[in-house]
Design a protein around this ligand. Structure first.
Ligand SMILES: Nc1ncnc2c1ncn2[C@@H]1O[C@H](COP(=O)(O)OP(=O)(O)OP(=O)(O)O)[C@@H](O)[C@H]1O
Length: 466
């Protein structure tokens, strides 16, 4: 792209109010905006000028099936395969947006939108689509070892590209991302793809170190340094020598310990507690946090000098809801891993269930997706998991009474787990069949069948069977 040209965004919507407010937002964010009322005008606009991104509605006539939107998406992608498209959907038609993403849309947002969030979505989508970032997953895998990291969304590829560029340097890396989004996997990948791979990666959770023990845990101590120090003890920094030091939850470190850490980063030295001399540390520091470290700096909770030492390279890991097109891939990968881990037969996920999973918000990111898949697999015991199975497993979780942990299912067969769950639900709902069936996500007929099979004996009560 000509670097002097403003990036140009095409808005396709038949509602002029939407066009005007989006155009205003784009202008304020520093982009050029072009508007089109429908598919034909959109394709004309694309043929006439360079377009960097499209914001596209799904319905352009009285039909609200979204088929026109999907057709336009296909036509846009045919005309310009790399053009990122963000779909606009009305609330309640997320399944349609998911189909759109499977057909190649970069992401979607719902109307009415939040201006700040939408501006951020546009910015990151454009960033991920710039040619320098657009290495394919295959090309990256041929060059680096990213085993265990599933996904091919442009924003993940951008992260992997950065890892490839910086892994083999000593530059400190700060990984920012929500809880469960895979920060530790990224730290592992940085280590694995560096010349330090033959040495240790030492992982320390900064939120879990008691402040009084910080120095001795991190730097070690010499014999006699304090009452309980009967022998010399190596600290984490020494254990990571020539390797990588992974400081997880760095935002939890208190200010007085921050200054102690600064020294390791500044001059690569540290002093074991009670020692008279400093030791040299050849460590590469990778840190991670789910907090906005810059905000902690602004509020005075985090030292600015340490912040700048840690964040020479910053990797922002997108939350799962911003890389939804990876969800089916992740889900299939995780389910086969989990099934194999439990020695269960191969399990698949029905296409509709994959769509449903792709549309969930996943505030707990990949960790939550993993837990949902694992719980559903254990509780359902079917070779193909359906949407209803996930919904039922989720209800149990929210009900709080039927989670696998509470039930203590370790060592039980699936049949036993099922019997246990039903018995538990009967007890909880005082034998009310309708409520038990609802809680378990079963029809009453299906519940009666199971009651009979497990010998749980509740004969049909006064309720009539469907
Ligand atoms: N891209 C991925 N492909 C496959 N599995 C993943 C991916 N990213 C994360 N996971 C899995 O999701 C779970 C959470 O990841 P991880 O522990 O790295 O997250 P985190 O961001 O470090 O979380 P926290 O902030 O809570 O420490 C792990 O089981 C990890 O293996």
């Amino acid at each position: 792209m000509d670097s002097t040209r403003k990036q140009r965004i095409l808005i396709v919507d038949d509602d002029s109010a939407v066009q005007v407010s989006l155009a205003l937002l784009l202008k304020q964010a520093g982009y050029d905006a072009v508007c089109a009322d429908g598919p034909r005008q959109a394709l004309d606009a694309l043929a006439q000028q360079p377009i960097d991104l499209v914001l596209q509605d799904m319905n352009f006539s009285l039909h609200t099936s979204g088929e026109e939107g999907l057709q336009l998406l296909a036509a846009l992608r045919q005309a310009q395969p790399d053009l990122p498209v963000l779909l606009m959907t009305a609330w309640g038609s997320i399944a349609l947006a998911v189909r759109g993403m499977q057909a190649g849309a970069a992401n979607f947002f719902t109307k009415p939108w939040d201006n700040t969030q939408l501006a951020e979505l546009i910015r990151t989508t454009l960033e991920a689509a710039t040619p320098a970032e657009r290495a394919s997953r295959q090309a990256l895998d041929a060059q680096f070892d990213f085993s265990g990291i599933v996904g091919e969304h442009p924003r993940l590829l951008k992260v992997l590209t950065t890892i490839g560029q910086v892994a083999n340097t000593r530059a400190p890396v700060l990984i920012l991302g929500e809880s469960g989004s895979g920060k530790e996997l990224i730290a592992d990948a940085l280590h694995r793809n560096s010349q330090r791979a033959g040495k240790a990666i030492v992982k320390i959770n900064m939120g879990a170190i008691t402040p009084t023990l910080f120095e001795s845990e991190m730097f070690g101590h010499v014999r006699g340094a304090f009452t309980d120090a009967r022998t010399d003890r190596k600290g984490h920094v020494a254990s990571a020598n020539e390797g990588t030091l992974f400081l997880d939850e760095i935002g939890e470190l208190n200010r007085s310990d921050q200054v102690k850490l600064l020294r390791v980063l500044q001059d690569q030295t540290y002093q074991p507690v009670g020692a008279s001399r400093s030791e040299k540390a050849d460590v590469r520091v990778v840190s991670a946090t789910n907090r906005e470290l810059a905000e902690l700096v602004a509020s005075g909770e985090f030292r600015e000098d340490l912040f700048y030492r840690l964040n020479l390279i910053t990797i922002r890991l997108p939350p799962l809801r911003e890389r939804r097109s990876d969800i089916p891939l992740l889900a299939r990968h995780i389910i086969s891993d989990v099934a194999a881990g439990y020695g269960l037969p191969t399990t698949t996920i029905a296409p509709q269930a994959l769509e449903w999973l792709s549309a969930q918000p996943w505030p707990g990111n990949i960790r939550q997706l993993k837990q949902t898949l694992e719980r559903t697999l254990l509780l359902v015991g079917r070779s193909e998991l359906r949407q209803a199975d996930f919904v039922a497993a989720e209800q149990h979780e929210h009900g709080g009474a039927l989670g696998t942990q509470r039930l203590g299912v370790d060592g039980m067969t699936l049949e036993q787990v099922e019997r246990h769950m039903i018995a538990h639900a009967l007890e909880q709902h005082q034998g009310n069949i309708s409520r038990v069936a609802k809680a378990l996500g079963l029809s009453r007929t299906a519940l009666y069948r199971r009651l009979e099979r497990h010998g749980l004996g509740a004969a049909p009560d006064s309720e009539t069977l469907p």
